[in-house]
Design a binder for this molecule. Structure first.
Ligand code: ZN
Length: 264
């Protein structure tokens, strides 16, 4: 599932390909992709407009149509945005097709249809309505401490909870915990752990962005390169543990991510 770095790459891609071209028409090819908007209205609102700006918040994307209307996108599990030069064939699971002047198109392709397309007055309105928390890369350390301190639940679940911090998914949450040496089963971190975790969330996301979200380019010291059954910890060689935590398959090192009692 695309997480913050992958979605940021899509934002950059849209910025490079799809802005400032007049939209001739839009065709909803599968209404299951739509969220709280009828296909006719979506097509009507897009026709004649241009995307003038693209923003990302957490795993969400917003394309500006005019001052009080934005297209809101979520890639879900398998969503992809593909810019098609004139004459290029559209991908096999196209759910929404935007036709630009000069014959170019933008396709939202999504085989499993966990993605989402909707309209909103503004990204701010959308984020409030959906109760989406601050973006993981926009958040400062004090903000993070404020959000996380006093929470009693599993730290892994808190990191995946988009209403607390937006942008982390299973892979990068595990990675930040791994680097910070914190067991994903920990409940109630102390301040030292929270600070370390905040540092590593930033570090892991920025490192991923520096590779253009190419997972194969991440350092060998990262968990990501070793997270498969039988994988070992690049730090101490321990056999990595694979466990369902908060409903998601998590990987961690039983050696340097030991569960320890809360220290104050
Ligand atoms: Zn280890």
């Amino acid at each position: 599932m695309p997480e913050l770095p992958e979605v940021e790459m899509v934002r950059r891609y849209l910025q490079a390909t799809s802005l400032f071209q007049t939209i001739r028409a839009a065709e909803v090819k599968d209404e299951r992709i739509l969220s709280k908007v009828a296909a006719e209205r979506l097509a009507e609102e897009l026709a004649g407009q241009q995307f003038s700006c693209v923003r990302r918040h957490g795993k969400r994307l917003f394309l500006k149509l005019h001052d009080s209307l934005w297209l809101a996108l979520h890639l879900g599990l398998t969503g992809r945005l593909i810019y098609l030069e004139r004459g290029a064939e559209e991908p096999g699971h196209t759910r929404l097709l935007v036709f630009f002047e000069k014959g170019h198109k933008l396709a939202f392709d999504d085989s499993r249809i966990f993605g989402e397309v909707g309209l909103t007055e503004s990204p701010e309105t959308f984020l409030l309505e959906r109760k989406i928390g601050p973006d993981a890369l926009q958040l400062d350390r004090e903000g993070f401490l404020e959000i996380m301190s006093g929470r009693k639940g599993l730290i892994k679940s808190a990191l995946l909870n988009q209403s607390l911090v937006a942008g982390l998914g299973n892979l990068y949450a595990d990675e930040a915990l791994f680097q910070a040496g914190i067991c994903p089963n920990t409940r109630g971190l102390d301040e030292v752990q929270h600070r370390a975790l905040f540092f590593w969330i930033q570090e892991v996301l920025r490192t991923a962005l520096a590779t253009n979200a190419n997972l194969e380019m991440l350092p060998n010291s990262y968990l990501l390169a070793h997270r498969y059954p039988g994988g070992t910890c690049p730090r101490d060689g321990a056999l990595l543990r694979r466990e369902k935590i908060g409903g998601r398959t998590s990987y961690y090192c039983p050696e340097h991510q030991k569960l320890r009692p809360r220290q104050i």
